[in-house]
Write a protein that binds this ligand. Structure first.
Ligand SMILES: [Fe+2]
Length: 220
């Protein structure tokens, strides 16, 4: 393993350990709720790795600093379980604070650390996150937030009630069509990946809702 990958592996180990530790501190009820909606540590970590993969591809295409982007992607959600639904946006700035001393121990320069921490803090904020790296981390996160796994998360809470789920998905389709029109991501590569994810979700949700028309007796 080369030096860069070894440093990134240390960041990944730190991020996963932090997620596990903070998840364990949540109440039994909170943990059961997270697991019920496929949103526990397993999901958060798989999401984190995919964001790092998307971040790498976008950073390469957009000529940004690939190591800094991947490092920030691996750390972007470390404070997820330190916040709740009420203050979930705080996981950005809180995570940046938690990552800082660890990044110092890895030998990054203060400028690099500032850049990574800004990516982590800014990915939860509305508006332009500023640096090219922060735009990429935000884009990579959004690309994965509209991927196949999220289709399951959208469906699971109402899977036993077709009417309710179809009504919910009809609303979701409108929202996704709006996103497709706007494509609010920051980088051309991010926009392209986002459009592909939206097309997949829209195709699935439309087909799912459309099944209703076939759920009747055929007339001959
Ligand atoms: Fe995320």
């Amino acid at each position: 393993m080369n030096k860069t990958n070894a440093r990134l592996q240390k960041i990944a180990d730190f991020a996963l350990a932090h997620l596990n530790e903070s998840y364990q501190k949540r109440s039994t009820e909170a943990k059961a709720n997270l697991d019920r909606y496929l949103a526990g540590v397993e999901y958060r970590w798989q999401h984190t790795l995919r964001v790092a993969q998307f971040g790498k591809v976008i950073a390469e295409n957009e000529s940004a600093d690939v190591e800094l982007v991947v490092a920030a992607c691996l750390l972007h959600d470390i404070a997820w379980f330190d916040t709740t639904a009420e203050n979930s946006r705080e996981h950005g700035p809180i995570g940046a604070e938690q990552a800082k001393p660890f990044l110092e121990s890895l030998g990054y320069t203060s400028q690099q650390i500032e850049n990574i921490c800004n990516c982590i803090a800014a990915h939860v904020m509305d508006g332009n996150p500023g640096t090219p790296e922060a735009k990429i981390v935000s884009d990579a996160d959004d690309v994965d937030r509209y991927g196949p796994y999220r289709i399951l998360q959208w469906c699971i809470s109402d899977i036993g009630d077709y009417e309710k789920l179809a009504a919910k998905l009809n609303e979701r389709i409108k929202r996704l069509e709006h996103y497709r029109e706007e494509n609010p991501l920051f980088t051309p590569t991010g926009q392209q990946l986002f459009a592909e994810q939206l097309n997949l979700q829209l195709r699935f949700f439309n087909e799912f809702v459309g099944e209703k028309k076939l759920s009747v007796m055929p007339q001959i």
